[in-house]
Design a protein around this ligand. Sequence first.
Ligand code: AMP
Ligand code: ZN
Ligand code: FE
Ligand code: FE
Length: 284
Amino acid sequence: MPVNPGERRADLHCHSIYSDGTCTPVELIDVAASLGHWGLSITDHDTTEAYELVKEYAASRGIVLIPGVELSTTFQGEAIHVLGYSFDSRDEGLKEFCRIHRQRREVRNEMMREKLVARGLTVSIEEIKALSPNAITYGRPHIALALVQRGYVPDVATAFHLYLASGKCCYVEGEKWTTQQAIEAVRSAGGVAVLAHPHLIKTKSLIEPLLTLPFDGIEAFYAHMGAIENHRWKEIAERHGMFSTGGSDFHGKIKPEGRFGSSWAPESTLDRLYYVLSKVSRSH
Ligand code: AMP
Ligand code: ZN
Ligand code: FE
Ligand code: FE
């Protein structure tokens, strides 16, 4: 949908080559600029690196870049993603929080790789990393790419469907931070914490207890979610005194559904995130 005159639009959920996306941060900023967007947030999994590296480039293109991150957590046995925004990107606590989780991911990736090898799907950690040499965070999509490269599966989606999706034979849950710990890590860095893609939560009875945690917002606008569903989550956010965010969860070629800019945040949320960021920046 084209941007209306005077509208400030920002896609607040996308991934770069620093995690499991296939575009560089510069390319993401260029796409946002070409679409006439006001800003964006790059929300790589468990790493905050992109922001510091390209914030000046974003400014040179007239794009407001909001620090972002997506943290993998667990809440009562369910995998929950927490989006963090407008934090101090130099905060050592949040960096350490991410670093510890990336180490746990290494253990989990190796366990999943061993399960694949036991089924005759030989892949090495070296080839997984060589296929995505810029990644700071490695996860299932990188393993899936190696399976495609080896010719074991035709595409990433099939690798998930047959082996890597939750509950499939080579899936490993891995050790994770709790949702509460992730919210605290983001808030301690001066940022705000948002419940990502709530419609993907499998155990619906967990939603209300989850929303008693100190989240600031809910991702009510997501990729190609329909208008009724958007409205439902926006109301749930309002009922809990939380704001709504939105984004495409764009990953580039690795996950073809969800074009960049297919979803975006309400303008009132952008004001809030910009205000929080300006306070964080002034404290330095
Ligand atoms: P991980 O962080 O290692 O648990 O991997 C999660 C990531 O895998 C998500 O953020 C998506 O990018 C990707 N993913 C999850 N499910 C699928 C799927 N069915 N097909 C393709 N990619 C998926
Ligand atoms: Zn991802
Ligand atoms: Fe996610
Ligand atoms: Fe995501």
